[in-house]
Design a protein around this ligand. Structure first.
Ligand SMILES: [Mg+2]
Length: 117
């Protein structure tokens, strides 16, 4: 079973993603900010991370940089309510970018694609 870590400062988003991704058969771990994500990374050893961009303190972009210091090949999906970020990530260190919405179809399809499922 593939392991996914969800990083988002909003609890309702974390719980929505967890419920929906567990229904898809994934093992899910949650982190409420970048610091917690970096702490849990070596313990949980995810196959993929979804990373919110807008978070207080260390934002998703800084968190991504820190993740990439040790995990060069780990698939990372950046998530944001703000579609304008999309361009910035075409040359960036993330593997995909998904605009947040209540329907998680695009996110799930992106996750399956990156995991080769
Ligand atoms: Mg946020």
């Amino acid at each position: 079973m593939k392991r996914i870590m969800i990083v988002d400062d909003e609890e309702n988003i974390r719980l929505l993603y967890k419920e929906e991704l567990e229904e898809e058969g994934f093992v899910v771990e949650l982190a409420k900010n970048g610091h917690e994500a970096l702490e849990k990374l070596p313990l949980f050893r995810p196959d993929l991370i979804t990373l919110d961009i807008k978070m207080p303190g260390m934002d998703g972009i800084e968190t991504l940089k820190r993740i990439r210091e040790t995990e060069r090949d780990l698939p990372v999906v950046m998530c944001s309510a703000y579609g304008e970020y999309k361009q910035d990530f075409t040359t960036w260190a993330s593997d995909a970018y998904v605009v947040k919405c209540a329907d998680l179809t695009e996110l799930k399809n992106t996750i399956r694609r990156l995991l080769g499922l």
